[in-house]
Structures are given as structure tokens and as C-alpha cells.
Design a protein around this ligand. Structure first.
Ligand SMILES: *Cc1c(COP(=O)(O)O)cnc(C)c1O
Length: 375
């Protein structure tokens, strides 16, 4: 497939073997177990899986691997320009596996670049999985790394401020320590961090990859040795992606370029219009583009979110329909006020996930809500 353009690959990736199987849509394999009368061969296979290998053969057991999930992994790896990808039940399950793998390797220290997704920040701050964290600005990362550092974690554009980091420069500053870039917001349509030097790319597949607000998942794209370490953790801790979710995510990838480009065009136009609105004090829209817009408002942000009618007031993002939320009240509530301030998350900030509705309908809903939400 690699001789085709990226957009074409997004439609066909992970499906190369379907025609030979006489199929058009990918099959959903819901097996929790796989029969075998050859115990010796089965034991050998299980040993290989326990070491993180996945040769594409029968998975032995449903927590270990799954053919439908593998199709999504193959496709996502291809689209991110990675050797491999490992899928999990959620974005947080994917991040947990990355952290547990580095703890198992004896490098439990993480360098984190804020802002990060609220629960990512919370997981790192809490040390729940045996990691410790040093928070650093991008230009402080090199000096924050020690011989016990297993990972540098960054999000660009970041949730919810849409702040951007020069990933190429940051990857260089990391030296031999892998840079884990959360690419949930940009998606591989707009940015492929592995091509910029990141060692691992993480997605909350719940967002744009699924794209319809009806599937949870997470995935890490990386090199094969790292994938083996992640599969070992998944094997032991059980954060496997469900096969139906794997099917939905593979289907989502086929329309990802079209959805992201259309929603990005609308978001860029809304960002331009918001910048001229008298009740908007600041607009955040990343250079890389994308379908997320954040803005600070002199209106009451809670009343604003409550006043929309077409847009849905809800956390999450990346769906075909537009969603709006107040980060200080919801997604980033779990951070304490000082950390929130350090991360540049103003109490007046509102985050908008732009869907595929018509731009004028969205604008009418937003301006009506803005105009009615005085304080
Ligand atoms: C939602 C999100 C996550 C967490 O993913 P889940 O699928 O909700 O577990 C991680 N990073 C970013 C940027 C997110 O938006």
C-alpha cells in the first residue's frame, strides 16, 4: 500500500488481506479462546506472546491479541509511520501501559511538559503506577533528564490551551530517552510525530480516530521492541481493546482525513470570527490546524456552556457533532488551582470541539450563547 498517497492509505490500511479472504468489510472476531489440539505448539505460542511477540497467528486467548484489533493496529502504525502499534481499552489504559513498561525496565522517572490532558497530569502527579515526575518547560527537558528517566511526555497541540511545542527540537533534547507525544488533537492527518523524532505516539482513539462519539480506545504507535514491552504489559494487566471497538476504529480511520480536514476548515473560520467578538478576550487556535478551538471570554463561561442548543455541552471531543466544555470545571478540575495556573488554563477558558455541522449554524449558536451569557 505504501506506494499510494497517505489519504488513500487511510482508506485501505489494515485491509490488505480481505480480498484474498473473499471479504469486503473486515470480520469481527469475538472469540475469547482459540481451539488447538497441539498442546506443545500452543505452549510455545503462549511463551512467545508472554514475551510480547505477535506473529499474527491464533492468539490462544482473547486478552493476548485479536485479529480484528490487529487490523486497526496495522492501519494506525502505517498512518503514523511507525513499525507497530498496540491498542488498549482507552487512552488512559495505553498511557498506563507505557508507564508500567518503563517502571519494569527500571527507569521510573518521567519528565512531563505541561499542559497535558487532566487525567494524564493527575496520573503522573499521583505517582500511582510507581513513577515520579519532574515538570519542565521544553527548554528545561534536557537538564531534567536523569539516568532513571524512562519517558518524556508531551502533548502538542495541548489540551485544553492548544499550546504547541516544537516536537523535532524536543525529541532532540530527549537524547536516548523516548519522547512520548500525545497526538490525539492533531491526528496523523495534520502531524506525524514519529517523523519528527518522537519514539512513541499515543492516541485517545476515543476522539478523532473513532470520530463518532461511540467507541472508547487508546493506541500507542512505536518501534517493535517498544511494542513488545507494551504487549507484555497488556498481556499481564488486561487493558486489551474490545474487538468491536477495533472494528469501529478501523472504520473511523477510513474517513479520518476527510473529517479532520472539513472540521478544521470550520474551526479555523470560527476562530477568525471569535477573535472579533466583543465578549471574546483571547482565541487559541494552533498553527498546525485542527478541529479544536479554545477561547477566553468576558462572559460567564459556565452560563455560556449552558446556553448552547445545537452544540452539545459535554466533555470529550473529536466527534462528528460539536461539543463545548469549561475545562476549569470539568476536564481539568482534577488538577489543583496552582497546577492549572502553571499550565496556563484560565478560569475564563472555554474549549470547543468543532464537528461537521455548517459553520454558519455553529456561529449562530455560539453568538446567541455568548450574547446571552453576561456577568
Ligand atoms: C481523552 C484524552 C486522553 C485520555 O483518553 P481516554 O480514551 O479518555 O482514556 C488522553 N489524552 C488526550 C489529549 C485526551 O484528549
Amino acid at each position: 500500500m505504501s506506494m499510494h498517497t497517505w489519504t488513500t492509505r487511510a482508506v485501505h490500511a489494515g485491509k490488505d488481506d480481505l480480498a484474498a479472504l473473499g471479504l469486503h468489510a473486515p470480520p469481527i472476531d469475538l472469540s475469547t479462546t482459540y481451539p488447538s489440539h497441539d498442546v506443545v505448539a500452543e505452549a510455545e505460542r503462549l511463551d512467545a506472546f508472554a514475551e510480547g511477540h505477535d506473529d499474527g497467528g491464533p492468539p490462544v486467548y482473547g486478552r493476548v491479541a485479536n485479529p480484528t484489533v490487529r487490523r486497526f493496529e496495522t492501519a494506525l502504525a502505517e498512518l503514523e509511520g511507525a513499525d507497530a502499534a498496540v491498542a488498549f481499552a482507552s487512552g488512559m489504559a495505553a498511557l498506563s501501559a507505557c508507564l508500567l513498561a518503563q517502571v519494569a525496565a527500571g527507569r521510573p522517572h518521567v519528565v512531563g511538559v505541561r499542559p497535558l490532558y487532566g487525567t494524564t497530569d493527575h496520573l503522573l502527579s499521583s505517582g500511582l503506577l510507581g513513577t515520579s515526575v519532574t515538570w519542565a518547560e521544553p527548554d528545561e527537558v534536557a537538564s531534567a533528564i536523569t539516568d532513571r528517566t524512562g519517558l518524556v511526555v508531551v502533548e502538542s497541540p495541548a489540551n485544553p490551551t492548544l499550546g504547541e511545542v516544537d516536537l523535532r527540537a524536543l525529541a532532540e533534547a530527549c537524547g536516548p530517552v523516548p519522547l512520548l507525544a500525545d497526538n490525539t488533537f492533531a491526528t496523523p492527518v495534520l502531524q506525524r510525530p514519529i517523523t519528527l523524532g518522537a519514539g512513541m505516539v499515543l492516541h485517545s482513539a476515543t476522539k478523532y480516530l473513532g470520530g463518532h462519539g461511540d467507541v472508547m480506545g487508546g493506541v500507542v504507535a512505536c518501534d517493535e521492541p517498544t511494542a513488545r514491552a507494551l504487549r507484555q504489559v497488556r498481556f499481564m494487566t488486561g487493558g486489551m481493546l474490545h474487538p468491536i471497538a477495533g472494528y469501529e476504529l478501523l472504520r473511523g480511520l477510513a474517513t479520518l482525513p476527510v473529517r479532520v480536514r472539513a472540521a478544521s476548515a470550520t474551526a479555523a473560520e470560527l476562530a477568525r470570527r471569535l477573535a472579533d467578538h466583543p465578549r471574546v478576550t483571547r482565541v487559541h487556535y494552533p498553527r498546525v490546524g485542527g478541529a479544536m478551538v479554545s477561547f477566553e471570554t468576558s462572559a460567564d463561561p459556565v452560563a455560556l456552556v449552558a446556553a448552547v442548543r445545537l452544540i452539545t455541552p459535554a466533555v470529550s471531543l473529536g466527534s462528528v457533532d460539536s461539543l463545548i466544555q469549561h475545562p476549569a470545571s470539568l476536564t481539568h478540575r482534577i488538577m489543583d488551582e496552582v497546577s492549572r495556573k502553571d499550565a496556563g488554563i484560565s478560569p475564563d477558558l472555554v474549549r470547543l470541539s468543532v464537528g461537521l455541522e455548517d459553520v454558519d449554524d455553529l456561529w449562530a449558536d455560539l453568538t446567541r450563547a455568548l450574547d446571552g451569557a453576561g456577568r
